[in-house]
Design a protein around this ligand. Sequence first.
Ligand code: PMP
Length: 387
Amino acid sequence: MNRLDAMQPSEIRELHNDYRRLEAEQPTRSFIPLHFGEPDLGTPSFIVEAGCSALRNGVVFYEDNSGRPDLKEALAAHYGLTPDHFVITCGGTQAIALTMLALLSPGDSVLHLTPCWPNITEAAKLAGAGVKEVALRFDESSHRFTLDFDALLDTLAATLGARMLIVNSPCNPTGWVIRPEERSQLHTLCREHNLILMSDEIYDRILFTSAPFPSALGDAGNFERVVVINGFSKTYCMTGWRIGYLITQPARAARMAQMQEFLVSHAPGAGQVAAITALKEGESFVDQSVERYRTLRDRVSTELNTLDHACVAQADGTFYTFFSLPASKDSVAFCRDLLRETGVVLAPGRAFGAGGEGWIRLCCANEPDRLSEAICRIGDFIAVRKH
Ligand code: PMP
């Protein structure tokens, strides 16, 4: 079987295509799309201006494979590392794909904590690896998803050729934020079992806890077995610019940059210049955004909790709300019917892997009135279905 035959199309993208079709058929109908992981507000104008002026000033040529030196220097200053730890990529998505392609061989296995953004699993499969999913546990008392370390150990024991552990925290879609002691446990596990830890930290700035985020860089000691994924899409509302990066051991970063030559050459130059401005001048924008997302999260949770038997996971980070309803046991069917009947578009939990079925993801990065209207329509929809 070739890779194309083995590939599983994204269920979120398929629902999106259904929505686009319906929208084309019914142009006057009101739709509320909340299924993509994208802030509603566009890129702040000071960042747009930096990108435009870079283009006007001739940033229109090929760049280094590993990214522009000035962006790597800005990132190095931000993290307290040297620039040779960084490879700039075409979004976090390409940082993930590059990591998989570079570090996995056909027949390797990866362990992935889920529910999680499905593209990570598919990227591992595209690299020829088998994926074992380990479901986070929903803790009824704290109403949070938590790491089930025993389940991870059991799965690891039953896995041949385990090569990598994938962790995404703050987690899309559950909002789970790893605790420092869990981070240490995972590092120890990776050391003992000779696993690479791929830590996707793309939501690390969208955090509602007062404690600093326990990055995998913190107690890694060295970068021998760690690759951290990050990018500008979420923090700075730059999804369309396609600027992300990975952080790893310099020798590995240098080899991965060489691989970029054959994949994408490099990330877009003007976008990289805009990213420098984001990093250097974006702090107050980030602070304002987090406060906005916190308010929206609270509002959405409160309103969803008024629905009959709704279970809403408490998110400590990201801009998602993950929730379940009695009617959403088959989450794909629920989302399809909801779209058709109400025009509200949500992402089905099943798309996020083990532990996701029965749940639904709603992206809260939207206008409060639109979110309330969507929840109102969901309420009407489930009330009609009950009868
Ligand atoms: N990781 C996670 C967990 C994500 O949710 C996303 C975007 N949905 C990405 C990586 C990639 O984002 P981008 O390619 O836009 O940087």
